[in-house]
Design a protein around this ligand. Structure first.
Ligand code: FES
Length: 103
């Protein structure tokens, strides 16, 4: 499946993902350097923050539980904010485009 990352001031990057990964794992494996993922996916660092566009929220789901608590501390939070380590990629997400927060 293909996933595209958008960031202000740089070209869109589209990666090809195989297997069952989280969005964070896919980003890190494909060199999306803005995703630091300091806690390794334990939902405790928020350095894997992305913005999911409205049209994809029904597919990715919305943040809940610990993720929501952590997002409350994120300065650049917006509607659609998610922690990419909490998004398990599925075939329905082929073509997903997410935006990266400002550096
Ligand atoms: S990798 Fe740390 S919260 Fe997602």
């Amino acid at each position: 499946m293909k996933i595209t990352f958008k960031a202000a001031g740089s070209e869109d990057r589209t990666i090809e993902v195989h297997g069952s990964l989280t969005l964070m794992e896919a980003a890190v494996r494909h060199g999306i350097d803005e995703i630091l993922a300091e806690c390794g996916g334990a939902c405790s660092c928020a350095t894997c923050h992305v913005y999911v566009p409205d049209e994809w929220l029904a597919v990715t789901g919305e943040a809940g539980g610990m993720e929501l608590e952590l997002l409350e501390c994120v300065e650049a939070r917006r509607p659609g904010s998610r922690l990419s380590c909490q998004i398990n990629l599925s075939p329905a997400m082929d073509g997903l485009t997410v935006e990266l927060p400002p550096a």
